[in-house]
Design a protein around this ligand. Sequence first.
Ligand SMILES: NC(=O)C1=CN([C@@H]2O[C@H](COP(=O)(O)OP(=O)(O)OC[C@H]3O[C@@H](n4cnc5c(N)ncnc54)[C@H](O)[C@@H]3O)[C@@H](O)[C@H]2O)C=CC1
Ligand SMILES: CC(C)CC(=O)C(=O)O
Ligand SMILES: [Mg+2]
Length: 351
Amino acid sequence: MKICVLPGDGIGPEITAQAVRVLNSLDLKFEMEEALLGGGAVDATGNPYPEATQKLAREADAVLLGAVGGPQWDSLPREKRPERGLLGIRKDLNLFANLRPAILYPELANASTLKPEVVAGLDILIVRELTGDIYFGQPRGVREENGERVGFNTMVYSESEIRRIGHVAFQAAQKRNKKLCSVDKMNVLECTQLWRDVMIEIAHDYPDVELSHMLVDNAAMQLVKAPKQFDVMVTGNMFGDILSDEASMLTGSIGMLPSASLDDKNKGLYEPSHGSAPDIAGLGVANPLATILSAAMMLRYTFGLEEQALRVENAVKKVLAQGYRTGDIYERGTNKVGTREMGDAVLAALA
Ligand SMILES: NC(=O)C1=CN([C@@H]2O[C@H](COP(=O)(O)OP(=O)(O)OC[C@H]3O[C@@H](n4cnc5c(N)ncnc54)[C@H](O)[C@@H]3O)[C@@H](O)[C@H]2O)C=CC1
Ligand SMILES: CC(C)CC(=O)C(=O)O
Ligand SMILES: [Mg+2]
């Protein structure tokens, strides 16, 4: 079981270290090797996704990633920016299916931005397409036109790209409550009219799943109005990026939202849904639970170790029940801890 570990930038190394400790405590035989991705990689090699990282990531069964980016790299030419490294590894490994579960742990009911009665028992799975859409579409750039600069990107999806993420979402819905909501903007975007048409075609293969459709602006509103109407949501790369950050706050914090990015053979990259949080980097206060829960997803999806995945998830439940909280989920009467102490608590819960 080979894992390529990419701590990345900002809080990335702090949170990844805790997930690595958790994996190493499980008495399983992992081979782990670290490499550079993002800003640190640009500084060291001039490339945000260096060849050595590419080789290691391709050879590994799974990748564990912290996060990339930071203001010190924002003025670099676009192809050298840390985020290009992230898009690069996702595309290179064909990780088209991004699973982002938004689950409210009962202990965090007061940390949610919504009233407890609106979110109690919340358990949504956002299935986000990850290697297409406007983040990858060509042409892109800034050109001179009529004496001014014009910026442009292209939203593009092929039928086959929509179909393969659709199948992932329908199959996930089959294993859950058999309800799938596809989110698009078909009223104004041709690209997402095709998205809707293809989802309707695929639905014939899954007669047991109830498919509904929602425009993305309404979906953003419904998520904070009545989130429990959703079970599985499927959407494109950009809408999924935005809606998953929004959904994270229903669970208390973006520091609680893990993710799995999968290809069609269960190879996966596992990372928290948040970014490198430059505002708290180096302070030892970041919440490592999203990364630890991402490691649990790795055990489940890539290694098929369901029992071990549940063990880690139960350890996270236990530390929350014991009252351990990083600053982002802290409330009066609980025990405020830093990143490493939260890792210690999870390890103790696993022992
Ligand atoms: N997957 C990745 O590597 C991603 C990278 N980024 C990059 O990260 C950098 C910062 O982006 P932002 O827009 O500020 O988003 P962000 O997700 O890094 O931070 C947003 C807010 O959430 C807080 N936060 C995030 N993770 C947290 C955690 N584990 N515990 C406690 N608080 C946490 C931060 O302190 C900040 O206030 C940018 O360079 C961006 O491009 C952004 C999103 C994803
Ligand atoms: C580079 C961005 C697309 C990363 C991001 O915000 C995400 O994947 O959630
Ligand atoms: Mg994002």
